[in-house]
Design a protein around this ligand. Structure first.
Ligand SMILES: [Cu+2]
Length: 363
């Protein structure tokens, strides 16, 4: 399924697959088997849900041992193809997510020819240029084109600083924004191949977490496992500029099917995705949506003293049109919003209420 991204070649000149890399730490490893009967001790965590026999990859987001770097620990770095649940366990106070991008064959071939590790090659040719582009947009931050001179000659007039093959990187979903010390789960169907696993939330200095180390490589191999496609209890449809949600929602554990009915591209070079936020603090849906523009100097910043929206509960990162991701989440009675990471002038969000009442059957 090496399809083109839904985004245009401008992608190269800035964001979307802002994916990146880094080797996989080995702690907390667990086999990729299901079912995972993890019962959360926190009501806003995803429970065991209906992931049934899906393969499970746990991704721990944490700070590095020196307290400054950002790290992903993956429970496995080689998994079978098919329906796979990614559980993001956020062990830090900052917001993180897990963005998956399938690496094009062009990139694999180039890395082999250059005799470099695939993750290193991606980082050099995608992550570093993206950080440079971000630095340009932050007033007062140093962004010298010569910083990239070991890769190529930068022409600041064109921003054409990304390899042609980035257009062929396929966004394949993954858990959406997840607040500090929370857990979220998202299930997607993966073909065999190599996937970049990254988070591009920014720190207080405007560095993408991926640039600082929150990036990994996942190999998916073999025939699809016998994991079943999850059975949804709710539906979210993403169409042009609109999020359609079910009108009546019961409290309790849900498997939310996120249908990428239409995909698009916007001025910040990203397309439709969707994130769940509980509206119990100072942030409403509109201010949350405004925070979600990575191109703004303070957009996507989650760091000490500036955490951003505090009640992100997961979601589904962008996928190509026609795909479906499944988000497992426990909904307590309250006010919520689904918010898409599109520019605020587009404004894609939809609020909803979970009433008190009989909960769903999930535990
Ligand atoms: Cu992060």
């Amino acid at each position: 399924m090496t399809t083109r991204t839904p985004f245009n070649p401008m992608v190269r000149s800035l964001a979307v697959a802002i994916v990146a890399l880094m080797t996989l730490a080995a702690c907390d490893r667990q086999p990729v088997v299901g079912p995972e009967q993890v019962v959360s001790e926190r009501p806003d965590h995803a429970g065991p849900a209906t992931i049934s026999n899906a393969n499970v990859v746990e991704v721990i987001a944490r700070h590095g041992d020196d307290g400054s770097d950002y790290v992903f620990d993956l429970s496995d770095d080689v998994i079978p193809a098919g329906w796979t649940t990614f559980e993001l366990d956020n062990h830090s106070s900052s917001t993180h997510f897990v963005y998956l991008a399938r690496v094009p064959q062009y990139t694999i071939d180039e890395a082999i020819e250059a005799e470099e590790e695939l993750l290193d090659y991606w980082y050099e040719h995608v992550t570093r240029p993206f950080q440079w582009a971000m630095d340009v947009l932050i007033p007062g931050k140093e962004a010298d084109p010569d910083d990239l001179s070991d890769i190529f000659t930068v022409d600041p007039a064109t921003f054409d600083i990304f390899p042609f093959w980035l257009d062929f990187a396929t966004p394949m979903g993954g858990p959406g924004f997840t607040g500090g010390h929370l857990t979220s789960r998202t299930t997607v169907n993966l073909d065999a191949g190599y996937y970049i696993v990254e988070c591009y939330v920014k720190n207080a200095e405007g560095d993408f977490h991926s640039y600082d180390g929150m990036i990994a490589l996942l190999k998916v191999e073999g025939a699809p496992s016998n994991a079943n496609e999850p059975r949804p209890t709710m539906h979210v449809n993403l169409t042009e500029g609109q999020i359609e949600v079910d009108e009546e929602i019961r409290p309790g554990l849900h498997t939310v099917a996120v249908h990428f009915e239409e995909q698009s591209e916007y001025s910040h070079l990203l397309g439709h995705d969707v994130h769940l936020v509980r509206l119990d603090g100072d942030w409403d849906a509109e201010s949350t949506a405004e925070w979600m523009n990575w191109m703004l100097p303070e957009g996507l910043v989650s760091a000490s003293g500036m955490r951003g929206p505090s009640t992100f509960m997961g979601g589904a990162q962008a996928m190509t049109q026609g795909n479906t991701a499944y988000v497992t989440v426990r909904l307590e009675p309250g006010e919520y919003a689904w918010v898409s990471e599109v520019p605020s002038e587009v404004g894609m969000w939809e609020t909803f209420t979970v009433p008190f009442g009989n909960p769903t059957g999930g535990r």
